[in-house]
Design a protein around this ligand. Structure first.
Ligand code: ES4
Ligand code: ZN
Length: 327
């Protein structure tokens, strides 16, 4: 009712969205047809029926299969433009989009095709929707640091088009320290740095993301609650956590939304934000995340809504002057 209207209408920034995770089944099939790509699913319904995940890896297998229909610049544009239209409807005024170039370059798609398709959608979002945006290039952590270095090298001609780098894909067994040297190089280049940590991985991965990668935000980070000392450290640093509640439930990090630790994170004074992660796969976009989280956790109220919106702007990588206009 009133709280739901506030959640949906308040201006917000989205800081954790994998643009390949915004590919809806209908667009996957349309692009498969347009590009002559064969899919191991008969139709949209059969694909959607496969969205029953037991953990992160069971999701990633399907997510990479879905991304295989992206071949041309127009495909990347269409995907991101569809996301921006949905984001604008949810009163997102600024979005920082993760993209996974290795998912595409490994299939023979050129880095420039990926980046230019996304950039033209970002420019169109500013022009036609008034939504500002930035791109964050993610390295796939199940691949080698050498492969990450090669990806960075291939992306350098497009340096002005991305604001930072991140680290995603299979977390367990691939700790942040595996990417110490490539992140050091990215920091030298003046790139912002973030990493997924403490989604499925232990609190120690959050600590090494801070200590070794020197990240400016933690993506997910929810497993920090297992270490009170780490929670205190994150609060003292005002280190943002980009939390994705529907993702955590779909990937079985929590059995139900009622068990989500967002209230504990906010009570501890952490700079938590709410985000959609892979909205086409996890049951909804950013407003759906807000609405379902607040509905399942009645201790969350209006003050928490304002705090989460304010946190999203404070944690963004926009210039300080722009932030001051927003918060
Ligand atoms: C992801 Cl939910 C999640 N975790 C890690 N890597 C990812 N890539 C896309 N979605
Ligand atoms: Zn993510």
């Amino acid at each position: 009712p009133a709280l739901q209207a506030l959640l949906c209408r308040m201006p917000k920034a989205e800081l954790h969205i994998h643009i390949e995770g915004s590919l809806e089944p209908e667009l996957i099939f349309a692009l498969a047809q347009r590009n002559g790509v064969a899919l191991p699913y008969a139709n949209v319904e059969a694909l959607r029926a496969a969205y029953a995940f037991t953990d992160l890896q069971s999701f990633l297998d399907i997510y990479y299969a879905g991304a295989s229909v992206l071949l041309h610049e127009q495909d990347f544009h269409d995907m991101a433009w569809a996301y921006f239209q949905r984001a604008a409807a949810d009163h997102v005024v600024h979005a920082e989009l993760f993209f996974d170039p290795q998912t595409h370059t490994e299939r023979g798609v050129a880095m420039g095709t990926v980046v230019q398709g996304l950039v033209s959608a970002c420019e169109r979002a500013q022009r036609e929707l008034g939504v500002s945006s930035a791109l964050i290039l993610c390295f796939l952590r199940h691949l080698s640091e050498e492969a990450a270095f090669e990806t960075l090298e291939a992306a350098l001609p497009y340096r002005q088009h991305f604001t930072g780098v991140g680290l995603d894909s299979s977390e367990r067994g691939h700790p942040p320290e595996k990417f110490a040297r490539v992140f050091a190089r990215c920091r030298e280049l003046g790139l912002h740095v973030v990493a997924h940590a403490g989604e499925e991985g232990p609190p120690a991965y959050i600590e090494s993301a801070l200590d070794v990668l020197k990240v400016e935000r933690i993506d997910h980070g929810v497993r920090c609650v297992e270490s009170p000392a780490l929670v205190q450290r994150l609060a003292a640093l005002r280190m943002p956590l980009t939390v994705c509640p529907l993702s955590n439930v779909k990937l079985c990090v929590y059995r139900t939304m009622a068990e989500h630790q967002l209230p504990a994170l906010l009570a501890a004074g952490l700079c938590a934000t709410v985000n959609s992660d892979d909205p086409a796969y996890f049951g909804g976009y950013i407003n759906q995340n807000f609405v379902e989280t607040f509905a399942a956790l009645p201790q969350l109220g209006r003050d928490h809504a304002y705090t989460l919106a304010r946190n999203s702007f404070q944690a963004s990588f926009v210039p300080a002057e722009t932030k001051q206009r927003w918060v």
